[in-house]
Design a protein around this ligand. Sequence first.
Ligand code: ZN
Ligand code: ZN
Length: 187
Amino acid sequence: MPKHSPSTLNPRSPLVLDTRDLPRRPGALREVQRVVPAPADLGVELISVPEGADLNLDLRLQSVSEGVLVSGTITGPVRGECGRCLREIDDSMGVTIQELYAYEDSTTDVTTDEDEVGRMQGDLIDLEPALRDALVLTLPTNPLCREDCPGLCPECGTHWDDLPADHSHQQIDPRWVGLSQLTVTEE
Ligand SMILES: [Zn+2]
Ligand SMILES: [Zn+2]
């Protein structure tokens, strides 16, 4: 029974790297620089790369004895919502990738778990899982529009930036209002 399911990677998929022209000789190098459209749902709940946005791949593929080492950076825009005030965040991100993809049926392939080391499918490498993992570690789970965002007034939901410094919802108890009026009429 074959250890691997038949290749399901599409070599033309934007985050699939084809290593056919990288000699399987340790030390052989290829640079990959390209701009690809971001897949859907790339990011975390409150901040993510918009689908179809330009992802800049700046990668180095290096043959090692058991596979291909992919290293470099992937950068792109991120859009999200401030965790304190819900304002839109337009920012950019950059992640560093360093991942070994083992050749099919290499010793590394046979002796390691799938979650320890990446796997090649024939000559193809699927970058997407590594990119997703790196992004989850890089993007804030509670993104802020700015470091010191004061957030919203919990009473009226207005941004503190748009409120006067003495903004307050403290009201005089209506019973006391009555009393003070009483006092005034007595005079
Ligand atoms: Zn904010
Ligand atoms: Zn308020």
